[in-house]
Write a protein that binds this ligand. Structure first.
Ligand code: G3H
Ligand code: 13P
Ligand code: ZN
Length: 306
């Protein structure tokens, strides 16, 4: 089916109180894993490409994602993750993306609003929807000083003002998560009260970046097979499912796929030192990613929603 704008998927998710995964891809195998799993699970899905993914895979990667995405029978949106400029978002629109993120969260509020408005005007003119972000992503300790927490996390009144003035369609919020495989000591603190307060003020779908669970057993396998990942921690599954009931509708996952891919590649290579057929190395890695994606979709509640 034709690729759909991100908001078509996310408005239903927010109203239906389930989450939809935005999974990052960089290559054919990851794209297949995302889309085959979505099809099998009857789940809507968002395939995310960062600017790094675009410079790695170029137009060929975009073509792979678009062709595969329109062949499956569940709603798929192709999304630019963390677009850093108006020009970058415009290039994504030209490439046929159906959702773009403009990330000016590191700028002051007025600049973030002004830059987001420009992207919204261009994207909406061609029927594409837009994600923006306010606040700073980054782990916080449970008993951090309030002033420090206020400096980085998304403020509910600012979120309301920002969405009214920017015209963005969905909002990435800073509520204690962070990117990568080291999200803080122990179980990262997620500010659920803050999600509830933001969701009470705006009806837009909310987005959780840095949501990977960093499964302990996958990290252990990766390290047993020669990896050196230390202090790896992720977001607890209970925090993700609770956040979904509170208004989070889009959940970004990249790290968990990278870990699954690398763990399996390492295992295959160490178990079969004579193997040099890429299909026998990347094929199992694709299966490993599919299992992770399936369990994420079950956690988000999107299985059977398409
Ligand atoms: O949020 C960032 C994503 O995990 C993409 O990472 O810029 O290394 O492709 P990347
Ligand atoms: P993780 O690093 O937790 O997978 O987050 C990915 C992300 O937020 C992509 O935008
Ligand atoms: Zn992100």
């Amino acid at each position: 089916m034709t690729l759909v704008p991100g908001l078509d998927i996310l408005a239903l998710a927010r109203a239906g109180r389930y989450g939809v995964g935005a999974f990052n891809t960089n290559n054919m195998e990851t794209t297949q894993a995302i889309l085959e799993t979505a099809d099998e699970a009857r789940s809507p899905v968002i395939v995310a490409l960062s600017e790094g993914a675009l410079s790695y895979g170029g137009k060929q990667l975009v073509d792979i994602v678009k062709v595969m995405g329109s062949e499956v029978t569940v709603p798929v949106s192709v999304h630019l993750d963390h677009g850093s400029s108006y020009e970058s978002c415009l290039r994504a629109l030209r490439h046929g993306f159906t959702s773009v993120m403009i990330d000016k969260s590191h700028e002051d509020e007025e600049t973030n609003i002004a830059e987001t408005r420009r992207v919204v005007a261009a994207a909406h003119a061609v029927g594409i929807t837009v994600e923006a972000e306010i606040g700073r992503l980054g782990g916080i300790e449970e008993h951090v000083v309030v002033a420090e927490e206020e400096a980085i996390l998304t403020k509910p009144d600012e979120a309301e003002r920002f969405m009214a003035r920017s015209g963005a369609d969905y909002l990435a919020v800073a509520i204690g998560t962070s990117h990568g495989a080291n999200k803080g000591k122990g179980r990262p603190f997620i500010d659920h009260d803050r999600i509830v307060e933001i969701a009470a003020r705006i009806d837009h779908p909310l987005v959780m970046h840095g949501a990977s669970g960093v499964p302990r057993e996958i990290v252990a396998r990766l390290n047993r097979a020669g990896g050196t990942l230390k202090d790896a921690t992720g977001i607890h599954e209970d925090d993700v499912s609770r956040a979904v009931t509170e208004g989070i509708a889009k959940i970004n996952t990249d790290t968990d796929l990278r870990l699954a891919f690398t763990a399996r590649v390492r295992e295959v290579l160490s178990a079969k030192p004579g193997e040099f057929d890429p299909r026998k190395i990347l094929g199992p890695a694709r299966e490993e990613m599919k299992a992770v994606i399936r369990s994420r979709m079950e956690l988000f509640g999107s299985v059977g929603k398409a």
